[in-house]
Design a binder for this molecule. Sequence first.
Ligand code: KIV
Ligand code: ZN
Length: 480
Amino acid sequence: MTAERARITVFDTTLRDGEQSPGCSMNQPEKLRLAQQLERLGVDVIEAGFPIASDGDFESVKAIATVVRRPIIAGLARACKPDIERAWEALKYAARPRIHVFLATSDIHLQYKLRITREQCLAQARESIRLAKSLCEDVEFSPEDATRTDPEFLCRVLDAVIEEGATTLNIPDTVGFTVPAEYGELISTIRRNVKGIENVVISAHCHNDLGMAVANALAGVAAGVRQVECTINGIGERAGNASLEEIVMAMRVRPDRYPYDTGVDGEQIFASSQMLSEITGIPVQPNKAITGRNAFAHEAGIHQDGVLKNPLTYEIMTPKSVGVPDSRLVLGKHSGRHALSIRCEQLGYQFDRRALDDIYRRFVRLADKIKHVEDRHLLELIRDTHKPSGSATPLIEPMVQAQSASMNATAASQSASNQAANLAADNQAADNQAAANAPEPETIKPFPVGPQTGAFGAPIPAHNDTHHEQTQQEDYLWGV
Ligand code: KIV
Ligand code: ZN
């Protein structure tokens, strides 16, 4: 009998905490579009904004509450009457509204920011939750800067808000200060010492100032957290919030360590990431886990060879599982013959072993100079190298008349970068000796009509490796 897996509530705060990051503000139609994508993604709670912050934010929260019906819609409020009432004004249209009240509890915030005592803080927390509860059944409370708060005082505040009816207790690591073991211990301390804690949901809200937001959130989950607050692409104040896609996929890829379920549809992750990036104009960092351009790209020859033989060698999840169209082979100086031959085939050329070696030598010299060899460069190189003399077999016959095809070939050749052409000429000079032995050049053949060129990297074909039979030594070289 398998043990029942706990269900983790995914609380997305891209539209609130995420939007607070520099350069990420969004207008109302943009927020609504993203909220609808978040609904498709399958998040449980959408924190739609901070209604008191501006009329625009108020209208966005109201529009989302009206249109997006499946998830809970939350709105943020400071622990005071005007904020809570304004939040409710916007949220009351929701099918499932939630008021999220926060109040700092660390001495450093009480003393320097709020200028109140601990007793005043306790009273304010109580009063604000009482008011929120009078308006809305679903009330979340966040003791801001919880991880730098005296744990004993933190527990007293949490006792009080549970008594007033809070249904979710969020434990923010507001400044990204904690570390996984410490955060897990704090959650355990709260579970041991707060009265009525078993009747509420404990939530993690971790910032990424030390790059540990996701690890901290997962440590929280292991210690009993059942809601995680996170953002698409990890956007958020300063270094950002815990990234939704990383948390969800950590649970999916490592169920042995994180035996938890979420309602997230993994195949909607990439689309959500791309939409956010398109709306904000902030690109996703190329090496960002799960959603970065390089997350499923392979340049090193040994890796390319492995992935071509079986993707499991270097990929711990399939691109499809997170909605990425396909893996990419990026052709650069680290690439090997295997990837080069595959790409040549995709472009319509199959080479025998010797011809491939020839192309490969020139390819590596080119890659050393221009870093990333695109299809147009490769086509120049193929044309320049094989000339064509029977060493390459076009796989695809030109689909156009010979004359117009040769015009296309001329245009393609003109549009190829001067740099590549010059480098190909360099290569030619360097290979004079070999060229002297080469058969007479024939008239230039038009390039076959192949797959779309110029994309970033080449798609990895379905895993099968039947036509390469090699010795062990050749097999070793294949990847480099
Ligand atoms: O980081 C934080 O403390 C917050 C709270 C408002 C939940 O974003
Ligand atoms: Zn935050």
